[in-house]
Ligand binder design. Structure first.
Ligand code: BTN
Length: 326
């Protein structure tokens, strides 16, 4: 593990209290000058670290693979975690190295410089304020449809947050609280020929962004877990619990190949079912009434004008309310 990561681990363990450069140096068996230099670099990179003389502390909790393992020691997803300080995109990294990556590996980043969203959009992940994660799945049996894993992951997020927050899913890939998006999912399947080489599931969660960190055009439709709970959000117990739910739902799905173990959660917590919305696809817009999510994860809708019923897949589609996100 690189020294910068051990420093973040120790500061996270100590959070919200401070540590001296000397105690970090002793704990990590390194010269104090080395620790000071690395802390300075982290501050320059934009890490939320406050330094007062040689006393250091985190401004809010940061990802720490050590803590995730402590909270979920036996979970297979917490065993293969790699953390990047900064990377273009965890999904892109995984795509480029997929053949060498094992099933159930997890890649986390404190910052992404070219985060990708659905429909070719950009996804912003400023240092320490947003959780960027990619999970790699290489199932032995070919799954019916990789896009269903977006729904499975969304269901696991709901199970993790629903005890404390009024969480909903905006099909196909948004996690929403109080009508604002707090997380998004981007699932990509990689094939070599007709063989499925791996499924790359990325999730970005707005953990510790403040309202002023969002660009003006997003403020009406996006929020963060920190803004919603009015306190700094610790991503580590969140991820540990998420891994437990994700593992259980995924194992069940692999064993039964039946998505009805998680689709009912997506239907119950859907923010779209039972509503009239706009379906927008390549500059055409039509009003639809949303009936349900079918067995394949498609959105079953009725055209409000013609009454015609059909099933929408997520490929090039956005769903919007009148003049707003939800
Ligand atoms: C969306 O809402 O459009 C999907 C956003 C997905 C963002 C995550 S962050 C981790 C992973 N790496 C990326 O570049 N994108 C996904």
């Amino acid at each position: 593990m690189p020294i910068w990561e051990s420093i973040i681990d120790r500061l996270q363990e100590a959070y919200p209290t401070t540590l001296s450069i000397k105690s970090l140096a002793d704990q990590l068996s390194q010269p104090a000058e080395t620790i000071q230099e690395i802390v300075n670099n982290l501050v320059d990179q934009g890490f939320p670290i406050t330094q007062n003389e040689s006393i250091v502390s985190l401004d809010f909790p940061l990802l720490s693979s050590k803590q995730i393992k402590k909270y979920a020691p036996d979970n297979p997803f917490s065993k293969g975690i790699t953390v990047f300080d900064s990377i273009s995109s965890t999904n892109t990294y995984v795509k480029e190295h997929l053949s060498a990556i094992k099933d159930k590996s997890v890649f986390l980043a404190h910052e992404q410089t070219q985060g990708k969203g659905r429909l070719g959009r950009a996804w912003s992940s400023p240092t320490g304020k947003s959780l960027s994660m990619t999970i790699v799945l290489k199932p032995d049996n070919e799954l019916k449809d990789a896009s269903l894993l977006t729904q499975l992951l969304a269901a696991a997020v709901v199970k993790t947050l629903k005890k404390t927050m009024d969480v909903q899913i905006k099909w196909p890939n948004d996690i929403v609280i109080n009508k604002k998006k707090v997380a998004g999912i981007l699932t990509e399947a990689e094939f070599s020929g007709s063989h499925l080489e791996g499924i790359i599931i990325g999730m970005g969660v707005n953990t510790n962004l403040l309202n002023e960190d969002f660009p003006k055009e997003l403020i009406e439709k996006a929020s963060s877990l920190r803004e919603i709970t009015h306190s700094p959000f610790d991503p580590n117990p969140f991820l540990a619990e998420f891994f437990e739910h994700f593992h259980t739902l995924y194992q069940e799905y692999l064993e039964t190949n039946n998505p009805e173990s998680f689709l009912p959660i997506c239907r119950t917590y859907s923010t779209l079912i039972g509503r009239e919305m706009w379906a927008i696809e390549s500059n055409t817009k039509r009003k639809i009434f949303i009936e349900t999510i079918d067995q394949n994860g498609g959105l079953v809708v009725r055209d409000s004008e013609t009454g015609e019923k059909n099933t929408l897949t997520s490929t090039h589609l956005s769903i919007r309310a009148d003049e707003s996100y939800l």
